[in-house]
Design a protein around this ligand. Structure first.
Ligand SMILES: [Zn+2]
Ligand SMILES: [Zn+2]
Length: 380
């Protein structure tokens, strides 16, 4: 019956009150607060690196070099704060940004000594939060502004604050997620095979990456499908589907049980395959970028790539509340398993008109956190 469905265009009105406009101080105010907050967090991370930075990430960056970026961040926060006063708009935000930066200066600023760090497995990923926030906003907001699917959708769309909270939680909890993921994967020691691992390591790097992508996708496909099709699990995953405006930040929304279980499940094939570290690193970067990209408000067509990879249009259909799209497009990386298992839905000429769940979820963080429980109790 799917072919009988009549697709509609999404109606996206421009919300002028939420819009960023040049010259009214709003951009300056928000930039000042954002940079002031990040600067203060960075200074705290330099002061307490054992508690506020992650072992895995510290190996990948040069903390002394990043202080140069912190310096620019702090001065730009002050500059934008003052600019909001000059432009005479959003001065409270500008003032907040300036105060946050001054506190960061008072605590030592960008000149704190960088030394060896006492190794601790469990810590808060403040460094991961700062780097991911800066990287994501710069790359993806630029892409969304250059090639939007919905031109009228603004950066500060409804519920952006809620999704920012999810973004912060997911990044701060990174070391707990990794510890849990490794612990979970260690239960699969019985399936380790030296000959399989040797065979994987004997093939070229790119092929190793492709094998990892396919194996991870298979696991993620079934994990995702179970979340949709097992009644007890759906309320947990429904939190991710409660998003009604998709953009770079929207993909962060997810119940912590789902966030932890997804990482734990994907860790199993990565552990068993035993590919080269470089292949794993490429996969992790690819998966992280793709997970954000597919939620973006991005109208790029992707040409023939959309027949192979999960693209924004494909995953936007997964988030649609329209009948033909319900319980389709489970894959995370390639479209292969949806094609293979009969859950592929991609009317190439159309995008969804409606997003979200058919039953509306609570709109607060706590409400969504407790939703699997409240929904269960209500059903009794
Ligand atoms: Zn889903
Ligand atoms: Zn999604």
């Amino acid at each position: 019956m799917k072919h009988d469905y009549s697709y509609r265009e999404r109606q996206q009105e421009l919300d002028a009150a939420r819009q960023f406009r040049l010259g009214d101080g709003k951009i300056s105010g928000y930039c000042s607060v954002a940079l002031g907050t990040l600067s203060l967090l960075a200074v705290l991370a330099y002061l307490y690196p054992a508690y506020l930075t992650t072992i895995e990430l510290r190996q990948a960056y040069d903390a002394a070099f990043l202080q140069q970026f912190l310096k620019y961040g702090m001065y730009f926060s002050l500059f934008f704060g003052i600019l909001s006063f000059v432009l005479n708009g959003y001065k409270r935000l500008g003032a907040a940004g300036i105060v946050l930066t001054l506190i960061a200066f008072a605590l030592g600023g960008y000149t704190l000594p960088v030394g060896p760090v006492e190794p601790r497995r469990l810590s808060l990923g403040v460094d991961w939060l700062i780097l991911a926030f800066l990287g994501s906003t710069i790359i993806f907001i630029t892409l969304e502004k250059l090639f939007p699917k919905y031109r009228n959708q603004v950066v500060l769309r409804p519920e952006w604050g809620l999704d920012l909270l999810y973004f912060c939680f997911n990044h701060l909890a990174i070391s707990a997620i990794l510890i849990y993921g490794n612990y979970h994967a260690s239960h699969f020691d019985w399936a380790l095979s030296e000959s399989v691992q040797q065979a994987i390591r004997s093939v070229p790097l790119l092929l190793q990456v492709m094998v990892i992508i396919l194996c991870a996708d298979f696991v993620l496909y079934w994990e995702h499908r179970l979340y949709h099709e097992v009644q007890l699990l759906w309320p947990i995953h429904a939190v991710h589907h409660s998003i009604e405006h998709l953009d770079w930040l929207a993909g962060s929304r997810g119940h912590f049980i789902q966030v932890f279980s997804e990482r734990a499940m994907v860790m199993v094939p990565l552990y068993l395959l035993g590919a080269d570290q470089a292949a794993l690193d490429i996969y992790v970067a690819f998966a992280a970028l793709q997970a954000i990209l597919i939620h973006c408000n991005l109208g790029i067509s992707f040409g023939p790539l959309k027949c192979i990879l999960v693209t924004p249009q494909f995953h936007h259909w997964h988030h649609s509340s329209e009948k033909p799209a319900i319980d389709t497009n489970y894959s995370a990386h390639t479209v292969l398993f949806d094609r293979l298992f009969g859950t592929y839905h991609m009317p190439v000429k159309h995008w969804p008109a409606d997003y979200g769940t058919t039953v509306r979820l609570p709109r607060s963080y706590i409400g969504q956190l407790l939703y699997p429980l409240t929904r269960h109790l209500r059903k009794k």
